[in-house]
Ligand binder design. Structure first.
Ligand SMILES: Nc1ncnc2c1ncn2[C@@H]1O[C@H](COP(=O)(O)OP(=O)(O)OP(=O)(O)O)[C@@H](O)[C@H]1O
Ligand SMILES: [Mg+2]
Length: 211
């Protein structure tokens, strides 16, 4: 089992959108995926509630219970919607993760705001060093816009934080909120569109991490 946590202390950066899109893409590729909603808003459950044919298992686990409950899951891939503003709760999510994906929008304020979570992840990596257990972390640019000067400067700032930036990125596309209206993803509503293509590219990059 590989546990992914999609995390950023900042709200509205696309954590739930990425959890939904990535898990659906992995499910369509035949992977056995479970989603864990640790979000007190219950956003994943809200999305699933709009879609009677929702095929992915969603567990709601309080963050204080993650350490006890996650090891009991038997799925090949577990993806945690890791909403967490409070540091102690973010640490509980980090502690159960193998791979953390930090969505960032291409705005300096959002990038600077990731420094807290980056620090917590680095502390955990230090703690694990020499234990044989590994933790990896990557940035994922979400809601990208066609501004290459801004994108370059953001990429440079992110590189300074020491975690790689995923090659795949999600552009700001209405297909995401539009498909969420019916609890779906762009992979269901516009499978040949650009948003779906970007989700499949993300899925392939994630699958390569497992290889
Ligand atoms: N690539 C994208 N293109 C267009 N809209 C997007 C994209 N990613 C996310 N959104 C929209 O941005 C809003 C916030 O996204 P989302 O709820 O996934 O963020 P979040 O990080 O889970 O927020 P919270 O911290 O409140 O849980 C939603 O309305 C979502 O539809
Ligand atoms: Mg959310």
């Amino acid at each position: 089992m590989t546990v992914f946590a999609i995390m950023n202390g900042k709200g509205g950066v696309g954590k739930t959108t990425i959890c939904a899109g990535l898990s659906r893409a992995l499910g369509l590729a035949g992977k056995d995926v479970a989603l864990v909603d640790s979000d007190p808003q219950g956003s994943m459950q809200d999305l699933a509630g709009e879609n009677a044919e929702q095929s992915i298992t969603i567990y709601t686990i309080e963050r204080t219970q993650l350490a006890a409950q996650i090891p009991r899951l038997t799925n090949e891939i577990v993806i945690i919607d890791g909403t967490a503003k409070a540091a102690d709760l973010a640490k509980k999510t980090i502690a159960v993760a193998d791979i953390i994906i930090i969505p960032v929008t291409p705005s300096p304020l959002d990038v600077w705001a990731t420094s807290d979570i980056v620090g917590m992840i680095q502390d955990r990596m230090d703690e694990l060093s020499g234990t044989g257990q590994t933790l990896k972390a990557y940035f994922l640019v979400n809601r990208a816009i066609g501004n290459s000067k801004l994108s370059k400067s953001i990429a440079k700032t992110l590189a300074g934080y020491g975690f790689p930036v995923l090659k795949s990125r999600l552009v700001s596309r209405t297909a995401h909120p539009n498909s969420q209206l019916t609890g779906q993803t762009p992979l269901d509503t516009q499978p040949n569109g650009l948003a779906a293509r970007e989700l499949r590219a993300l899925r392939d990059e994630v699958l390569a991490m497992l290889a």
